[in-house]
Structure formats: C-alpha cells, structure tokens
Design a protein around this ligand. Structure first.
Ligand SMILES: NC(=O)c1ccc[n+]([C@@H]2O[C@H](COP(=O)([O-])OP(=O)(O)OC[C@H]3O[C@@H](n4cnc5c(N)ncnc54)[C@H](OP(=O)(O)O)[C@@H]3O)[C@@H](O)[C@H]2O)c1
Length: 285
C-alpha cells in the first residue's frame, strides 16, 4: 500500500483521486485551504472504513511559510512517500499578491510545487517507485513565459498567468528530473483536459460566464483520473514524462529546453532569497 500526498486534494480532480486511492487501501494526505472540504474528506474516509489512513492538512499553499510548515509536518509523519501529486490552483481575473509580496498564480500554481517537491526529495527517494505527478498543462510553447516579468506586473491577464504557470511547471519538471532522476524519482507532467471541477477562482462576471459554459461541456472528473492513477501505480521508466489527456507527448523539443529550465530554477532561487531576506529584515526591525 502506498502513501500519497495530494496538494489541492480537497476538491476537483485531487479530491476524486484522494477518494479512489483511499478505497484502494492507500494512506492519503490531502492539503487544501477549506476546513469544511477537509472535514468532508475525513467523513468520506470514515464511511469507507479508512479513517486511520486519511489525513487532512489545512494550509494556504500560496504562502512560502505554509509550504515549509506542511513539508516539515509531512517529513516528520511520513519518512517514506510514494507519490506527491500537485493539483492546487486558483484562477484570478485580477492580479493579486500574497502576503509574501508574490503574484498569486506564480506563488500557488508554480512556487508551491517547487517548494514542496524539493523539500520532500528525501521522503520520496525512500520509496521503491516514487513519483511526482504535476497536474497542469504540459506542452505549450516557451513563448508564454515572460522572462523579464515572471510575476506579471505589467499587462496582467488571468488566462496568461495560467498559461505561463503551466509552462513554468513543465520547466520545473525538466529541472527536477535532471537533478533527482538518478535517485529514482519519476516526474510526470499531466494535462487532464477540460474537466468539470470546482474551477477554484476569483472571477469577474464575464469570466464566470465562460467558466459556467466550459463546465457544461467539460468531461466528468472521473474521466481525468486514469492517466494520473497509471502514473502512480506504474511510474514511467524515464525521469521525466508528459501526457495530454492520456496521450504521451515528447519532452525533448524546444518547449522543454533544459537551459530554460535551469534559468527558471536560478530565477526562482533568487526570488526566494529576496523574499526571505525581506522577511528577516522585517523581523529584525
Ligand atoms: N479542470 C480543468 O479543466 C483543468 C484543465 C487543465 C489543467 N487542470 C489542472 O488540474 C489541476 C486540478 O484542477 P481542478 O480543476 O481539479 O481544481 P479545482 O477543482 O479548481 O480545485 C483546486 C484545488 O486547489 C486548492 N487550492 C486553491 N487555492 C489554494 C491555496 N491557496 N492553498 C491550498 N490549496 C488551494 C483547492 O482547495 P480549497 O478549496 O480547499 O482551498 C482545491 O482542492 C490543477 O493543477 C489544474 O491546473 C485542470
């Protein structure tokens, strides 16, 4: 039986995955903001007779410290992790910044995945067939990345922030696999296709109408699960792989450029250093 962490496991695809894996006998940890949804997950677990294998960790994963707290708790409670699945995401029509002063999409959709993945390498590498599954939208062109304005201070658009976030996750996968592939950890990028989920977001009215119309033709959540379940049960042999609606796509073309991945890795380390420096200075004053 496996131990599986699902960041963004309280709703949508993550929630459906959590329930399926609990039913299959795994230990499942879900992370999300909503206490109500977390309690509903624990109630479902109790109804399945799996209360002792279900954990809800409330956290706002858009915050650096919250990711560090969750990683610390996971490391302390679970020295071995078989699968780390990223599903947390929140659309924003209007640009917003977290309390750390980081643009929200960048912070939640990309930086949280960067922080949790790196912090849990030891626990993952202790498993027999460890896998990180990054559910986003692999395969877009590198052109969507605004290298000189990663936090989209100029000309923000929610769709562009989401598109860029997906690409940053591709590059995160490239850098992660390059660094940790030899430890046996497999990194799998998955585009589930348009799926009828909660579409967590802060929308203006026109965008909300578009979301409602998308929900009417989107596929049911259950249809998005098989590629993710397959990646958990039998991770691909290669350190990095990518799937769009169950179809494997290549990860060697220009859009998965290792030099771009290293550039993002270095930029991310710089952004984190800058934010931590500011926090330390604020605490000292
Ligand atoms: N649905 C689609 O059509 C589609 C298409 C392409 C890619 N994807 C990708 O698939 C993944 C899952 O999407 P979904 O549509 O299933 O998600 P969803 O239904 O919108 O649920 C989002 C999840 O993220 C959590 N979340 C949001 N803000 C958070 C925060 N600040 N801290 C912690 N957790 C937070 C939510 O939990 P709380 O409510 O408890 O905070 C919820 O569990 C995402 O990565 C998305 O990019 C989805």
């Amino acid at each position: 039986m496996k131990t599986i962490v699902i960041a963004g496991g309280t709703d949508g695809i993550g929630k459906a995955l959590a329930e399926v894996r609990l039913g299959a006998g795994d230990t499942v940890v879900v992370v999300g903001r909503s206490e109500t949804k977390g309690k509903a997950f624990l109630d479902t677990a109790a109804a399945l007779g799996a209360a002792d294998r279900a954990v809800f960790l409330p956290a706002d994963l858009s915050l650096i410290e919250e990711n560090e707290r969750i990683a610390d708790e996971l490391r302390a409670r679970f020295p071995t992790l078989d699968a780390l699945i990223f599903c947390a995401r929140h659309y924003r029509t209007r640009r917003a910044e977290t309390a750390d002063g980081i643009e929200e999409n960048f912070a939640l959709f990309y930086l949280s995945r960067y922080l949790l993945g790196h912090a849990l390498v030891d626990a993952l590498s202790a498993a027999e067939h460890p896998v990180v599954v990054n559910v986003a939208g692999p395969g877009a062109s590198l052109n969507v990345v605004r290298w000189d304005d990663l936090e989209l201070r100029h000309g923000y658009h929610g769709g562009a922030a989401l598109g860029q976030g997906g690409k940053l996750n591709d590059l995160l996968g490239v850098a992660f696999a390059e660094r940790y592939g030899e430890l046996g950890i497999r990194y799998v990028l998955i585009h589930p296709g348009v799926t009828a989920t909660s579409f967590s977001g802060s929308y203006d009215e026109p965008t909300l109408q578009q979301i409602r119309s998308m929900q009417s033709f989107a596929k049911p959540v259950e249809a998005a699960l098989p590629p993710i379940l397959a990646a958990v049960d039998a991770p691909p042999a290669e350190p990095l792989s990518a799937f769009v609606e169950g179809v494997r796509i290549g990860v060697t073309d220009r859009s998965f450029d290792p030099a771009a991945a290293r550039r993002l890795d270095a930029d991310t380390a710089r952004i984190l250093l800058g934010r931590r420096g500011k926090s330390a200075a604020a605490e000292a004053n």
